[in-house]
Design a binder for this molecule. Sequence first.
Ligand SMILES: CC(=O)N[C@H]1[C@@H](OP(=O)(O)OP(=O)(O)OC[C@H]2O[C@@H](n3ccc(=O)[nH]c3=O)[C@H](O)[C@@H]2O)O[C@H](CO)[C@@H](O)[C@@H]1O
Ligand SMILES: C=C(OP(=O)(O)O)C(=O)O
Length: 430
Amino acid sequence: MDRIRIVGGNKLAGSIPISGAKNAALPLMIASLLTDDTLTLENVPHLADVEQLIRILGNHGVDYSVNGRREKQQEGYSRTITFSARNIVDTTAPYELVSKMRASFWVIGPLLARMGEAKVSLPGGCAIGTRPVDLFLEGLQVLGADLDVDNGYVIAKTKNGRLVGNRYVFPKVSVGATHVLMMAASLAKGETVLENAACEPEIVNLAECLVAMGAKIHGAGTSTITIEGVEALSGARVRVIPDRIETGTYAMAVAMTGGDVVLEGARPDLLQTVLDIIAETGAEITPTNAGIRVKRNGAGIAPVDVTTAPFPAFPTDLQAQFMGLMTMAKGKSRITETIFENRFMHVQELARLGAHITLSGQTAIVDGVARLRGAPVMATDLRASVSLVIAGLAAEGETVVNRVYHLDRGFERLEEKLSGCGAVIERISG
Ligand SMILES: CC(=O)N[C@H]1[C@@H](OP(=O)(O)OP(=O)(O)OC[C@H]2O[C@@H](n3ccc(=O)[nH]c3=O)[C@H](O)[C@@H]2O)O[C@H](CO)[C@@H](O)[C@@H]1O
Ligand SMILES: C=C(OP(=O)(O)O)C(=O)O
């Protein structure tokens, strides 16, 4: 199993290209199931989750081809990929494929809307909480689906071959359930109104894609989304937005090690709350024509409290990384996780590097230390793993991060991007 070896202590300087967002690319790829035409997606990141979803879509009969790469970039960077679901040959998404990744469950929306039936295994994904699917099921039932859960599979059918538009008020904000109901409602008969919908930029990116395919959607990016169903959708060409979680992660790395880095292609509007908080910790954040410049020289890291919440508040997917940064703050900070009940798996691993963190329910109290010391660490999920990388970059001596496959799910060319800015970081294979 691959590991990442880091020798900490170097400031970061230079530029890091920001990849297409994993969490936007996945629903856009799934949207290809809604049409027998061709959907071309630009800026698709080269990640394990993308490759896995290509396999899942392939099982349903989706053909794909990789058309090119970004100019001047090497193989392995974000690509343009064309998806064609001309013939759906199978409406079952099997356990072996779906159990590896949460988002693969989302195929249930387009399959049901276009084919009138779907049998999809209950999903897997990062081990950060129980992650039920009750809102997906309730929402699809409100659109007229008959549902049964049997043997670990959700078996869904439409009553008369087509879903029917309706009003659904989410009892809790869910990104995935908003994606699925927006896709399903696009091909339903009549109007659907989704209230208390997720407002994340990835929802807006999916809505842009669906509209480009001929869907009639208003209000994406607000908590009320209206969808007037159409009979069929066409092909389109859509660009995946830059990854706000990758952007925030590297910004926090610079805020922790010190240095001066331009995050190329990053969009400040996708993570303004996060940038404001990083600025409060003492880093200088400047939007530039190229992206976002992050700089910290001299002054120490100020402690700042954060609470995770749905967009536009501080994202849960940056909580672990921010905790990494706070481990070396000059004082105490409180980090409260409100989205997932078990997303503190990095606490004990950060402690191995010398961090002082205590947990009180859903709040971590981080008492900043003057220095961290490298150690072997491992994590059980994607963002927790990268928080250990950030801490390792700032720690004295050698840190080895095990279970790199978590990182490969969501960070394109991590070691190459960081070593390009002066970090001592390498992958050890085997
Ligand atoms: C692939 C992808 O885009 N993953 C992101 C997506 O996950 P995902 O879409 O799985 O997260 P949700 O927004 O659905 O989850 C938010 C909360 O709602 C709960 N819930 C959700 C659905 C449901 O049917 N019932 C229910 O109770 C979840 O357990 C969680 O407590 O949004 C999360 C919240 O921003 C991010 O951390 C993930 O990185
Ligand atoms: C939690 C994440 O992914 P997933 O929803 O696929 O588990 C993530 O991207 O941080």
